[in-house]
Unconditional design. Structure first.
Length: 303
């Protein structure tokens, strides 16, 4: 399916929100099925670990913690697996976005997305290492700003959220600068900051609003099924300590863990689209690629 969406153009805050919604409506079926199709095996593995870990927890009067040290070991492995899954989903979502903006259609397959991800896996690991170093450098000023914002009533929480969105769009832009060959690894952080600096707060606010709206939308969609499941469990199965020690209780805990995991992955995917739109907007303002493309179309292709 052709995707009639202009990635590179100047946008205001309201335009970012509306354009994100427009793009998501155009591609959500292909986007979700492609990303989760590529993530089916890791998610199945995570579900098994969730269930196994739930069997290590008891809620009886004699014990309300892990049965043995293996439970803590498995919990640590689960946390590492979730971090790896999050990075993997974020990576393939980026490769999906790159293919989408290059081809302007959804005719590509998950196999192509995975091939691109594998071809650039070295860049992902190199950038991950460099990102940790960059965050160490900026951690002190970020911490000072966050602490000061925390003392501002009501507005402070929004300020911290916008600050985190600014850091996110800066890191995202830095990676795509490196991934698409605009900058070397050593200079991508400063180059992206220079590009974003004039409208950095505007971009941070736009990203924060988009993520907030998407998060609320997912919660509203999922709250009714959660209420129904809770009522069924309470009325027919009984929600008490003995219930959570039963097989049904373990299964319910597993489903709860998977719901939180899927919810987080959805936010990652939405973040890639929102940050990608901002990246393309800022890149066009700096490099004028859209203008050159229009000129090329007027001039025609060289035979």
């Amino acid at each position: 399916m052709e995707v009639e969406f202009e990635f590179q153009k100047e946008r205001k805050i309201g335009d970012f929100v509306q354009n994100f919604i427009d793009l998501f409506k155009l591609i959500y079926k292909h986007f979700v099925t492609t990303i989760f199709g590529l993530s089916a095996l890791p998610l199945a593995g995570i579900a098994l670990v969730y269930y196994f870990l739930s069997t290590k927890i008891t809620f009886s009067a004699s014990s309300s913690s892990f049965e043995d040290i293996d439970g803590f070991t498995w919990a640590g492995l689960l946390i590492l697996a979730l971090i790896g899954l999050g990075l993997y989903v974020y990576g393939i979502s980026i490769e999906y976005f790159i293919l989408l903006k290059e081809r302007k259609n959804t005719l590509f397959t998950g196999k192509e997305v995975l091939q691109n991800f594998r071809a650039n896996i070295g860049r992902y690991f190199m950038f991950l290492f460099a990102m940790v170093l960059a965050l160490i450098v900026v951690s002190i000023p970020l911490a000072i700003v966050a602490i000061l914002s925390a003392f501002i009533p009501f507005i402070g929480s929004f300020a911290i959220g916008i600050l985190m969105s600014i850091v996110g769009i800066w890191l995202f832009t830095s990676f795509l600068f490196y991934r698409e060959g605009y900058s070397e690894l050593g200079s991508c952080f400063t180059d992206s900051y220079v590009m974003l600096s004039k409208k950095l707060i505007q971009y941070g606010v736009a990203t924060y609003i988009v993520n907030f709206i998407f998060q609320m939308a997912i919660m509203m969609i999922s709250i009714i099924p959660m209420i129904i499941i809770s009522l069924i469990s309470y009325n027919f199965l009984g929600l008490d300590a003995a219930f959570f020690d039963s097989s049904w209780g373990k299964l319910l805990m597993t489903l709860g863990g998977m719901f939180i995991t899927l919810f987080t992955l959805f936010l990652y995917m939405a973040g890639v689209l929102a940050n990608g739109i901002i990246y393309e907007t800022a890149k066009d303002l700096k490099f004028g690629e859209r203008i050159y493309g229009i000129i090329d179309q007027i001039g025609g292709k060289n035979e």
